[in-house]
Structures are given as C-alpha cells and as structure tokens.
Design a protein around this ligand. Sequence first.
Ligand code: HSE
Length: 320
Amino acid sequence: MAINSSANPYQKVQAFAPATMANMGIGFDILGLAFQSLGDVVEVTHHDKPEVIITDIEGDNGLLPRNPHKNTASVAIMAYLKQLNRHDGIAITIKKGLPLASGLGSSASSAVAGVVAVNALLGYPMTKEELLPACMEGEALVSGYHADNIAPCLLGGLLLVDGITSDTVVRLPIHDNMHFALVTPNVAVLTSEARAVLPQMIPLKTMIKQTAGVARFFEALNRGDLVTLAKAMELDDVVEPARAHLMPYLYELREHAKAHGALGLVISGAGPTLCALCDSADVAKRVSSQMATFYEEQGLGAVAYATQINTEGARVILAE
Ligand code: HSE
C-alpha cells in the first residue's frame, strides 16, 4: 500500500553523514571515529509505489549499484521500513562526497545518510540511536556485521562498539588537540579483499600483545596523552601486518609523516587511506600535504585532508 505523502510532514529531506575511520589501528572492528567536513549526502522524497528506488547517484563514476537491493543506502532504508512495518514509497538520490573503497567509511556514510533522511521524511518515528540496526543492514552488504564505521557515522565522536545496537556503543573521551592528517592514494582496496587476507587464528603471545595495545590506547586516551596514544594505535600486530601489502608505501609514509611532525600513523579502516594523529591543525595540514606529495613523487595520485573529530554524526541538512 502506498502512503499518501500529504500525511507526512515533509516532501523532501537531505541528510549528511560523515566520513569515518574504523579500527584506530589497534582496535580492529571495535573502535571508530567520525571526521569533520567529509561525507555523503542522501536526498529522499516520496514515491507513488510502495518500493524504494534509486533515482540518481552522483559522484561515483557509475560504479555503485543502481539496483536498490544491492546498494547500501536503499538496503538500509528497506531494513528501516521493515522494522517499522511500513510500506512507504521512497525515491533516493545519493551524492557521493567520499571516494569508494577508500577506508573512509563510504558505504556506511550512504547507508546512514539514507536512513537519517527517511526517518525525518516520515516525521521521526525513531530516535537516532534506534536507527543503528537498520543502518547496519546496509553496511553488512559490503563489509559484514561490525559497526565501527556505522556507529560513529550515525552518532559522531570516538566510539567503542562491540555489537550492532546502540546499547553496545560507548562514547570515549576526546581532546581538542586531536587533529588528523589523511591521505587517500588513487588505488581501491575492497573491504572484502582486505578482510580475506586476515589470519583466522593467532598465537596466544600475539593475543596478549594485542590486548596490551588496546589497554594502552584507553589509558593514554583517558589521560589525553597523544604521544602515548599514537604509539598504542601503532601496536597492532595482527591486522596491519596482514594488510600492509595492500597499502602502497605504508611504512615509508609512517616515517615521512613523523618526520613532518605526526605522532603516529595507521591504516584508516580497511585502507588504503592512511591517517596520522597530530597535535595541532598546522601540523595536520603540513603532514597531509607532505604525504600527498610523497605519493605524487612515486607516480600515484592522492587526495589529502586535515580534519578533526565530528562529535554530532549524521544530520538533516534540508527538510521541506
Ligand atoms: N573494521 C573493518 C575492517 C572496517 O578493518 O575490515 C572496514 O569495514
């Protein structure tokens, strides 16, 4: 049954959802943060048949699926409607601000922006926190059930998340001097590919080292000690070594970033974006541009950003 759009408060809504970094190096699948400025926008309107359709996708060079059953945004919206037992007709337009397969949570961003927009279009039947499982269904299409991109994308901040509902999310302390230099080389790394290379078993000694790294991360974060925090982020002895061959010049860039003032550098999510923690805006700006120049000197195009943590997460930017 199609819903009469005049019963709904808005005819058109746009929502923005930010870029995110999963893992923070040491915290595979359980830590993630949202970045300021970068992100995707999804626009939603009512549609006269009880179905979710994709009207247009901008900025993806035609690479993303137009089939609504295969796109993270429309699948998440369908999961949201199913949860509410509604059969609304929804038309969506996705405006990609984030590069695909880049380690910046691009698929999560479209899924979250889509669900946040439709929730507003229908008059906010759910709270933001309640949207997490539906957003997760979209992300799971490409990356499995871990909410380390989805949760910070939706809710903002630096989060510990070890489940797919909002009661598994813990907001961690952040500090004003946490700045990030990002560089995305012009290569695509599919999350599925970056997960396929991971070990299924690890030795007990490695587990102890990894656990100690996570503990050091939390201890340093609580004290606001960014030098120790950056060292802890780099202590990952399981995921980074297995993926390093997929990230061009990872170890060279780590040294290069530090030579220009960064405190530490890790792979952002499943890569290939690299993320350096810095303690001022000036250093983050210098490090990001130096990292892009490094890639260009190796014959690889790259995009650089300097940013901070987005504490708000996804938001409605237009409702009319
Ligand atoms: N934690 C995930 C990974 C993030 O590193 O594979 C990408 O979905």
